[in-house]
Design a protein around this ligand. Structure first.
Ligand code: IDP
Ligand code: MG
Length: 144
């Protein structure tokens, strides 16, 4: 079966906590292979475009301020059922409601500062990966 890809972002709150490595570890432990990875400071425009689906939500302005408050790590992950799997490994949006042992339960702070992003469907994953990466940025290697 062809591997699926998803977009993950390690958000500014997680960088502030110094847990990039621990989050990448959760990916690897769950057979989610990093096939592209970049550290960057999002501009206001880039963050607004990424979260355009939420532009009418009351939290949109705050979300953009948070996502531009410090650098992020943007990653493309590959693996079987990568979209759903990364959502499961991350846990619920609100860390206080996220299942025990999930990334958001362990490293998130609140419903806004929740450590990571993950695409919500295969189609959105394609769009989100293309929003940050060229095809040539995505590498191939064997593991396991
Ligand atoms: P998701 O990241 O679990 O897919 P979404 O509903 O798509 O959750 O929301 C996108 C991001 O917006 C969340 O990860 C979180 O950072 C922020 N967010 C979601 N709901 C709220 C809220 O009620 N207040 C503040 N920020 C929120
Ligand atoms: Mg979402």
């Amino acid at each position: 079966m062809a591997a699926e890809r998803t977009l993950a972002i390690i958000k500014p709150d997680a960088l502030e906590k110094g847990v990039i490595g621990q989050i990448v570890n959760r990916m690897e432990e769950n057979d989610l292979k990093v096939v592209a990875m970049r550290m960057m400071q999002l501009s206001k425009e880039k963050a607004e475009g990424f979260y355009a689906v939420h532009k009418d939500k009351p939290f949109f302005g705050e979300l953009v301020t948070f996502m531009t408050s410090g650098p992020v790590v943007v990653m493309c992950l590959e693996g079987k059922d990568a979209v759903a799997k990364w959502r499961t490994v991350m846990g619920a949006t609100d860390p206080s409601k996220a299942a025990e042992g999930t990334v958001r339960a362990d490293f998130g702070t609140d419903i806004q500062c929740n450590a990571t992003h993950g695409s919500d469907a295969a189609e959105t994953a394609k769009q989100e990966i293309a929003y940050f990466f060229e095809n040539s940025d995505i590498v191939k290697y064997e593991w396991n």
